[in-house]
Design a protein. Structure first.
Length: 184
């Protein structure tokens, strides 16, 4: 488990580390990972779920009840379902995105992989993702887990954060550099 202080220094990192430790002890890392993937998809696909996570008007107990009702629908494993209840009762439901991201990094490190955050202007196709994984594996020297997100504001291209390295090949950045160069 990541103990370098980087991940565990944040609130989300501490929650993710606790969830990972429990999943590891119960030999359920893959099940919890799949459940967190389902939650990540719900955060992308469902405005109502995003509203539940973000709304300060939904109280802790109501949020816990909503999570309990949604868990079977999302196909969440028991560990993740209970974890969501704890998150809601502790008033930390708004940390869910960060917790998912931190858990993925911890799980990747546990498997001997490195995690890369990839932002593109448009969703990537499976063959593009596979090609990107292969290129990043060659660069990093080990398997790479990709955490994808879409941000149309980058206009085109891709932004990759691989460990401490940032690769920004977005059109927005290129236009900003061109504008700066033209100013003198």
């Amino acid at each position: 488990m990541e103990t370098s202080g980087g991940i565990q220094a944040s609130l989300a990192g501490r929650y993710a580390s606790a969830l990972f430790g429990l999943a590891r002890d119960e030999r359920q890392i893959d099940a919890v990972s799949r459940s967190l993937d389902a939650l990540g998809s719900a955060l992308v696909d469902s405005r109502e779920f995003v509203g539940l996570i973000a709304s300060p008007l939904i109280g802790r107990n109501d949020a816990a009840k909503a999570f309990a009702a949604l868990s079977p629908e999302l196909g969440l494993d028991p560990i993740t379902a209970k974890f969501l209840g704890v998150l809601a009762r502790n008033g930390r439901k708004n940390e869910l995105r960060k917790i998912i991201r931190a858990f993925k990094r911890i799980a990747a490190a546990h498997r001997g992989e490195i995690s890369a955050d990839v932002v593109s202007a448009h969703p990537l196709k499976d063959e593009q993702i596979d090609a990107l994984k292969a290129r990043l594996k060659g660069r990093a020297g080990r398997d790479v887990t990709i955490d994808l997100s879409v941000d149309p504001h980058i206009l085109g291209g891709i932004v990759i954060k691989l460990g401490s390295e940032m690769i920004d090949a977005s059109i927005r950045t290129k236009l900003n550099r061109l504008a700066s160069a033209m100013k003198g």
